[in-house]
Design a protein around this ligand. Sequence first.
Ligand SMILES: C[S@@+](CC[C@H](N)C(=O)[O-])C[C@H]1O[C@@H](n2cnc3c(N)ncnc32)[C@H](O)[C@@H]1O
Ligand SMILES: [Zn+2]
Length: 267
Amino acid sequence: MLDAARGLLACPVCAGALDVAERPVRCRSAHSFDVARQGYVNLLGSTPPANADTAAMVAARERVLASGAFDAVDALVARRAGAAGCRTVLDAGGGTGHHLARLLDALPDARGVSCDVSVAAAKRAGRAHERAASVVADTWGTLPLLSRRFDLVTCWFAPRNMAEFARVLGDDGLLVVVTPDAGHLAAVRERYGLLGIEPDKGDRLLRAASGFFTAVGSQRVRTPLAASAGLIADLVAMGPNAFHGVPDDVDALETEVAVTVWLFRRS
Ligand SMILES: C[S@@+](CC[C@H](N)C(=O)[O-])C[C@H]1O[C@@H](n2cnc3c(N)ncnc32)[C@H](O)[C@@H]1O
Ligand SMILES: [Zn+2]
C-alpha cells in the first residue's frame, strides 16, 4: 500500500517531499500524481522503455518466485537485514515485489518501496504486501525518493545506480545486491539459449560500487532446483527471450539456483 511510503517519496519535478496521504499524491508546489487502481504511483514522467517487462513476463516471474526457488536466498537477505536493524527498505528494480514482501514478512517493524520501470511489474508490487509501496521509476534517472531516508537498499538481478543508492541511504545504510553466478539455472540457459552470465560480473559490481560503498561481505547460495516443464516454460517466459517467443516443447530438468548475495556499507 502506498501509505508505506510516507516520508520517503520525492516529487520527480521539484524534488520536494510528496504527501502520500493525499489523492492525488502531491508536493507543496502542487505537482500531483494519480494513484492507480492497483495502488502504485507512476513517478516516471515519461513512457516506460519498450524493453520493460510485459504483463506476461511479469506473470511468469510471479509463478517462478511462488515456486519457492529463491526462498533460501530470501531467508539469507532477511537474516542480514534483520541483524542490521533495517526498517525502511528500497527494492530497486523490485519486479513483482516478491522479494520485498518476503523481507517484510520477516521484519515486522519495517516498511518498504519497490521501484520498477515496468508498469506491469508495479501493478503486481502494489498488491504484494501491506507494508510495501510500489512506484514506477527509472533506476538510471534520479530516483523519486528523498535523500538519506532508507536504511536498506536491495537490488536483485536489476540495474544498479550506485550514486543514487548512496544518496537515498542513511549514514549506516546497508546495500544488498543479489547477482547470478555462472551456474545459475545453467541447464535451462544451455538448453533454451537464454542469455549467459558475464564471467566478470562480480568485478564489475565491485568497481561500480567503489567510491560509494565498501564491500563488507558476500555469500554464495546454491540450491538444487528440480524444475517441472511448467516451471521451465516460465523461466524462459520471464526473461528477454520471451520477446522472441517461448518454446512449447519443454521438458522437466534438474538445475540449480546459484547466486551471490553481496553486502555493502556506505563508504
Ligand atoms: C530480472 S528482473 C528482476 C526482478 C526482481 N528484482 C526479482 O528478482 O524478481 C529485472 C527487473 O528490473 C526492472 N528494470 C529494468 N530496467 C530498469 C530500470 N532502468 N529502472 C528500474 N527498473 C528496471 C525490470 O522491469 C525487471 O522488473
Ligand atoms: Zn513538486
